[in-house]
Write a protein that binds this ligand. Structure first.
Ligand code: ADP
Ligand code: MG
Length: 705
């Protein structure tokens, strides 16, 4: 073995027992290129090999068992496809058959009748006879058999690996071959000694050894704990470094003053008292805007928590300092609503608010664009039309995006380029609360503000679960609410893969509703994704103006739409919606003074997970609680807004379960960087060295938001 070179960088085919063919297989199937990759490919479970079963006690439900005994006979039975090797295996309590259908020749040549073996496999029962098909079998005393008392690691595998000679047993043998070569100097300590002592962690080397071949549960637990901490700690450290570097490098406009726009709005226009959370967030933003560093802030707040007014007041600060501001929303409907409510808020203050989307064309567009370039438009609100190259600002000081996860990376980058010489301050608003653990990781390099308080006087939406046999009662309830002057949403799922069927569902549902709610007394709007934008918009407007009482829709209404008079949300096929979607939908009601309701319609038979989702919705209105439940049910990689983020591919940490470890890791990373931003103190040398080797690429969000 080479010396002076990092042994862990050795290409995997040079490991004993691998070679070019298996090396290729490991690269293709598991992205294992070098020793380090294999070392950090941890087992996903362990089988307890600390004890032996007695053959007499085995039965068809015994599952995986470990036996120790003598191989008494070895016979080939059957022929053709049924040809198999049968081994009679005996311990001091009884006899059982071991059966192999493949590798017969090799086994015949290698197994020694009369010798003592350790056998591991799953008990199978066929017509009352039990046997063990394809057991692992190892000769007692032979090389490679560790002391019996271990937890045997089981590694994630693939069909190909299993059939091409890298099955569980072979993988274990490789791991052992690797561990035999690795010494403590190859896995140098990567955390400060003082910390390792204080947290009573095993060393880095010990934890890697023990994660693969633990000799007891306690040892395994300690190794897991440390490796989880390590993984989260180094990720947080990198994210915080990115953030720190950005703050050093990327200058921003200094908005020193609060002026007349802000003050007059606050004193004359604001129709309500800000909540404590809104005030706190505005303070956080003001602090950002004053210091000459570009702001990159994520604003999370549940539906209805009042993000718009916070966004507006931020824009007013920009205006007070002589700059323009823009607000970009993901849909035409949402952008229009923002335009309307913001125009109304600032009426009489002498602020020019303009709207831009794909539907603004020709002369009107030209005019608008030239006013914008002259600085005659103060606030521009619109869809992604805002980032087109032709849209030129005089001096854009602030860019706000609503529901940020719907924009792509490239789109957001274009916003940055809209201002010279410095990039605009950026505020990103989202109503999809994500659990803190996820936020810390996904947006670990951003500043995050949370509005965790709803405006006072809101009556929480009452959520009720109903099945098909309650249909008539639900219809009756809807009639009562309409009689009180309320409006109702009825929402159907629209999932890409079954779009045709879904649309049919919606149409049938719509027809059924038309029968239950006939003209002229009742009027119904329909909106779905296949309609032209102009038609959708027309229907939305009719509903918003209360010309119709019922809005039948697919999830297009999910984001942001605001019709305060709508007090009932009926969700059809609830079981097909994800939790965060359900919560978003429910957020469409409960926006006015009236008691609102959310009726979750589902079939009678439900999967456990669907039941759990529905129960969660019935139990709580709190978006963060719902996000936590979602995280537990679906895992971090499947939640809305997290899909393309490689950052969540953890080797051992689990954001759904390791929240406390994550918090500790982040706190420590913060403290260390505060004390020693360059990691140049001797005690931080282990960290610095490890960061150089650890090649998990971390790309921050800050630079792209
Ligand atoms: P979201 O956070 O979902 O975007 P909005 O900004 O649309 O929420 O606000 C929801 C509603 O609550 C709006 O009608 C808004 O006028 C109202 N609102 C916002 N802040 C307050 C407050 N502090 N007190 C009372 N009503 C408020
Ligand atoms: Mg909103």
């Amino acid at each position: 073995m080479k010396t002076g070179v990092d042994k862990l960088e050795t290409p995997i085919e040079f490991l004993k027992g691998v070679g070019p063919k298996r090396g290729e297989l490991l690269r293709k199937e598991l992205s294992i290129y070098k020793f380090r990759d294999l070392l950090f490919h941890f087992p996903y479970r362990y089988v307890d090999k600390t004890s032996f079963h007695r053959i007499r006690d085995l039965h068809d439900q015994s599952g995986s068992v470990q036996l120790r005994g003598i191989l008494r006979r070895l016979d080939v039975a059957g022929s053709g496809r049924k040809r198999r090797l049968v081994g009679r295996f005996r311990d001091d309590s009884g006899v059982i058959d071991l059966v192999w259908f493949t590798g017969v020749h090799w086994l015949q040549n290698n197994l020694l009748v009369g010798s003592e073996y350790i056998v591991f496999g799953k008990v199978n029962s066929f017509k009352g006879n039990i046997s063990i098909p394809h057991p692992e079998i190892e000769k007692v005393g032979s090389e490679g058999v560790r002391q019996a008392a271990t937890f045997a690691p089981v590694y994630a595998s693939t069909e190909k690996l299993n059939t091409k000679g890298l099955d569980a047993k072979a993988r274990r043998r490789l791991m052992k071959a690797l561990m035999d070569q690795i010494t403590p100097t190859d896995l140098e300590e990567n955390l400060p000694a003082e910390l390792v002592r204080r947290l009573q962690f095993p060393s880095h080397y010990e934890s890697i050894t023990n994660i693969h071949f633990p000799s007891s549960q306690a040892e395994l637990d300690k190794a897991r704990q440390r490796l989880k901490f390590e993984e989260l700690f180094f990720l947080q450290l990198k994210l915080l470094q990115i953030k720190g570097r950005r703050k050093k490098v990327i200058k921003g406009y200094e908005f020193e003053q609060i002026g007349t726009f802000f003050n007059r709005f606050y004193q004359e226009k604001l129709p309500f008292e800000l909540t404590g959370a809104q005030k706190r967030v505005i303070k956080e933003i003001r602090r950002d805007l004053r210091v000459g560093i570009q702001m990159n802030r994520l604003l999370q707040g549940d539906v209805g928590s009042g993000k718009t007014v916070v966004g507006l007041m931020t824009m007013l600060i920009a205006l007070d300092n002589g700059f323009q501001a823009c607000l970009m929303a993901p849909t035409e409907i949402l952008a229009q609503q923002h335009h309307q409510s913001i125009s109304a808020y600032v009426e009489g203050l002498g602020i020019r608010v303009a709207f831009l989307s794909g539907s603004i064309k020709g002369k009107k567009r030209k005019e608008l664009l030239s006013l914008l370039e002259l600085g005659e438009v103060h606030i521009l609100i619109g869809t992604h039309a805002l980032i087109e190259d032709k849209v030129v600002f005089k001096n854009l000081g602030l860019a706000i995006t609503d529901e940020q996860h719907r924009f792509g990376v490239a789109q957001r980058a274009k916003l940055w380029a809209k201002s010279k010489p410095l990039p605009p301050h950026v505020l990103v608003m989202t109503a999809t609360p994500i659990p803190r653990t996820l936020a810390m990781t996904l947006y670990g390099d951003l500043d995050v503000s949370v509005i965790d308080e709803l405006p006072p006087g809101r009556k929480p939406v009452q959520t009720i679960h109903r099945t098909e046999n309650h249909r008539m009662r639900v219809i009756g309830f809807m009639r009562e609410e309409i009689a009180k002057g309320r409006q109702i949403y009825v929402v159907y799922p629209l999932i890409e893969e079954s779009a045709k069927l879904d649309l049919q569902n919606l149409e049938e549902g719509y027809e059924a509703l038309c029968r239950e709610f006939p003209l002229p007394e009742y009027k119904i709007s329909v909106v779905h994704g296949r309609m032209k934008p102009a038609d959708k918009d027309y229907e939305m407007q009719r509903f918003a103006r209360h010309e119709t009482q019922i809005m039948v829709a697919t999830t297009v209404i999910e984001v942001g739409v605001n019709v305060p008079n709508a007090s009932v949300m009926v969700i059809e096929n609830t079981e097909r919606f994800g939790l965060s979607q359900l919560h978003q939908l429910r957020g469409r009601v409960g926006r006015g003074a009236e008691q609102s309701y959310c009726l979750l319609m589902s079939s009678f038979k439900l999967s456990n997970e669907a039941k759990e989702r529905i129960q969660t919705m019935v139990r709580t209105n709190n978006g963060f609680e719902i996000a936590e439940a979602d995280l537990k049910l679906r895992g971090p990689g499947n939640m809305e807004g997290t899909q393309q983020s490689g950052i969540l591919n953890f080797k051992i940490a689990d954001l759904a379960k390791d929240g406390r470890v994550l918090k500790a890791a982040r706190n420590l990373a913060t403290r260390i960087l505060e004390e020693d931003p360059g990691l140049s103190l001797p005690k931080h040398l282990p960290i610095k060295m490890y960061l150089k080797k650890d090649d998990k690429e971390v790309r921050g969000w800050g630079l792209i938001s």
